[in-house]
Design a protein around this ligand. Structure first.
Ligand SMILES: Nc1ncnc2c1ncn2[C@@H]1O[C@H](COP(=O)(O)OP(=O)(O)O)[C@@H](O)[C@H]1O
Ligand SMILES: [Mg+2]
Length: 258
C-alpha cells in the first residue's frame, strides 16, 4: 500500500485582507509526481512558500511523514529532506556553476563552510566524492560544459537547470518545482521533461510540479490538482482535469464553450 508523505490540512495564508490560500487540503503519496496548476494568482507559489517555511502559515497544518512541520524554518525544512526551486532563480551570483553545486553539500552534510575555507582533512576526504556526484548530476542535466562559468553569464534555461541540479544534490525525499520550464526554449523544455521523470522515477524523489506549460503537466503527471483562488477546483488524471468545466472556465473565461 502506498504511504502518505505530505499532508496539507486546511492550510490558509492571508496577506492583510487578501486570502492567497484558503482551507487548502491535499495529500501526497510517497513516490508521487503531482501536478499543481491554476491561473496566475491562484496561490501555487504561496503554497510552496508555506511548505518550505519561507512564509508563516495563518492557520492549518502541514504534516510530513508523521511530523507536524507547520512552524519549521526553511533550513529545518531542508534538513528533513524537502528541497525546492524558486520561480525566480536563486543561484548565488558571482559564483560558478560548480561553486553553486558545492554549496548544496553544506546544508545536509557534516562538513561546513569553515571546512571548505580551511580545507581540513574532513573536507579533503570527501571532496572527491562530492565532485563525482556533482559531475554525474551536471551530466544528467546536460550542463557539464558550463561548470566553470559564472552563473550570471548563462542563459536563463541553463540557470534553471543548474538551480534544479543544486536542489537534487541536497538529496531530498521531496522536491517542489515552481515553474521549472520558465525561460526555457522548446528543446530545453523537452529535456527537462525527461529530467523530471528521471528525478521522480530513478532518484525516487517525490515531486510536486507547478507548471504553466500544460503539455509538460499533461505529459508527465498521473494526478493533477487545479487551484483557483487558494483552493482546489478540480483534481484527477489529465483526461479528467482537461475535460472539467470549472477548469476550462478558470483558464479560458466563462464564455468558452466546448
Ligand atoms: N508576499 C506577498 N504579499 C502580499 N501578497 C502576496 C504575496 N505573495 C503572493 N501574494 C498574493 O497572493 C496571491 C497568490 O499568489 P501566488 O501564490 O504567487 O500565485 P500563483 O503562484 O498561483 O500565481 C496573489 O493575489 C498574490 O498577489
Ligand atoms: Mg507562482
Amino acid at each position: 500500500m502506498s504511504k502518505q508523505l505530505l499532508k496539507l490540512d486546511k492550510l490558509t495564508k492571508k496577506f492583510g485582507g487578501l486570502t492567497a490560500v484558503e482551507n487548502f487540503s491535499m495529500t501526497l503519496e510517497e513516490g508521487e509526481l503531482l501536478g499543481l496548476i491554476g491561473p496566475n494568482g491562484a496561490g501555487k507559489t504561496t503554497t510552496f512558500n508555506l511548505i518550505s517555511g519561507n512564509l508563516a502559515v495563518t492557520s492549518g497544518n502541514i504534516v510530513y511523514k508523521d511530523d507536524d512541520i507547520t512552524d519549521l524554518r526553511p533550513d529545518q525544512i531542508a534538513d528533513i529532506g524537502i528541497a525546492r526551486t524558486f520561480q525566480n532563480i536563486r543561484l548565488m551570483t558571482g559564483m560558478t556553476v560548480l561553486e553553486n553545486m558545492q554549496l548544496a553539500f553544506h546544508i545536509w552534510n557534516d562538513y561546513n563552510i569553515l571546512d571548505t575555507i580551511f580545507r581540513t582533512n574532513r573536507f579533503l576526504g570527501k571532496e572527491d566524492q562530492y565532485l563525482k556526484e556533482i559531475d554525474e548530476t551536471l551530466k544528467h542535466f546536460n550542463i557539464s560544459q558550463y561548470k566553470d562559468e559564472k552563473v550570471d553569464d548563462l542563459p536563463p534555461g541553463i540557470q534553471r537547470k543548474a538551480d534544479i541540479a543544486r536542489a537534487i544534490l541536497l538529496k531530498p525525499n521531496l522536491i517542489l518545482l515552481d515553474e521549472p520550464t520558465a525561460g526555457m526554449n522548446p528543446s530545453e523544455t523537452d529535456e527537462l521533461v525527461n529530467i523530471i521523470k528521471w528525478i521522480n522515477k530513478d532518484l525516487n524523489i517525490s515531486t510536486i510540479l507547478v507548471e504553466h506549460d500544460m503539455r509538460v503537466i499533461m505529459n508527465i503527471c498521473p494526478r493533477i490538482i487545479v487551484m483557483e483562488q487558494g483552493d482546489i477546483i478540480a483534481e484527477g488524471n489529465p483526461e479528467h482535469v482537461q475535460s472539467n468545466q470549472k477548469v476550462i472556465e478558470a483558464y479560458l473565461g466563462k464564455s468558452y464553450q466546448i
